[in-house]
Design a protein around this ligand. Structure first.
Ligand code: TYD
Length: 248
């Protein structure tokens, strides 16, 4: 774990720059993050609505999954049918992600689509890095090649106390949901720390508000981040200039 609350030696944008991932992109990458039952998946639909209003073509994907390989790995990770060591778990999430980035996300971005990702690399940093205590440095090292340095332009963090989320979604959990309360508290604190360390790309949304208020906050965040850039493109600016903040 990086105890100083700082990014490991090579922060996401530095990797993106070195690998040259970002400059080839034309669409935006928007990630939705949060603990269990934070309502993030429901609000992916709200993000999609705003993009449609702005005339931006989009595609919605979820992690782990979204590819034939990723769905097989998802089944292994969540079903509890086999025992999985914490480091192996981290690599499995990274492997599913590598396949999704290479075969779905990068081609979609290159084709000008904006990708809405229901969970992305920050899930691994929060759940495996902080939750399981593998460490931010280690989990980032496992993932930076998996994501080819591709960091989101906007990450919406749906922040919710695990006790509140549990009261809302009282259903039998999968292998990861079923972990103890302390694990879920570490995940939440980890996410908040990530948001603090990378404030440019994060918008933290209070997911304990009534759903309409959460939806309003989502709309405002997406319009604010992407609306201006779209206006710039329509006014004749190049896609490069208006892309947002992912490339650092
Ligand atoms: P899912 O049913 O998709 O949960 P949710 O609706 O909360 O997104 O299951 C994904 C589970 O996997 C969830 O418990 C979070 C966990 N997870 C990790 O631990 N690390 C990761 O990198 C990712 C992508 C997910």
């Amino acid at each position: 774990m990086n105890d100083q609350g700082r990014w490991p030696s090579e922060p996401p944008r530095a990797v993106a720059k070195r690998l040259g991932t970002s400059p080839r992109r034309r669409g935006w990458l928007i990630a939705l993050e949060g603990g269990e039952g934070s309502g993030k998946s429901t609000h992916a639909g709200v993000v999609a609505e705003v993009l449609a209003e702005l005339g931006i073509p989009y595609r919605l994907v979820r992690e782990p999954g979204g590819t034939p390989l990723g769905e097989r790995i998802r089944q292994l990770l969540l079903s509890g049918e086999v025992e999985i060591d914490p480091v192996a778990e981290s690599y499995l999430f990274a492997a599913a992600r590598a396949q999704l980035v290479a075969t779905v996300i990068l081609p979609a971005l290159a084709a000008g689509e904006t990708v809405i990702c229901d969970r992305y690399v920050d899930s691994s940093l929060a759940y495996q890095g902080y939750g399981l205590g593998i460490g931010l440095e280690q989990v980032w090292a496992m993932n930076r090649w998996a994501i080819r340095g591709l960091v989101p332009d906007l990450t919406l963090l749906f922040d919710c106390a695990p006790e509140v989320a549990r009261r809302r979604h009282d259903r039998p959990g999968d292998r990861i949901e079923g972990r103890d309360a302390a694990f879920h508290r570490r995940v939440r604190a980890g996410y908040l720390e990530l948001a603090r360390m990378d404030a440019d790309r994060y918008v933290v949304i209070d997911a304990q508000q009534p759903p309409e208020r959460v939806a309003e906050a989502v709309r405002a965040a997406v319009r604010q981040r992407l609306g201006a850039a779209v206006g710039h493109r329509k006014a004749g600016g190049s896609g490069e200039t208006g892309r947002g903040r992912g490339a650092g």
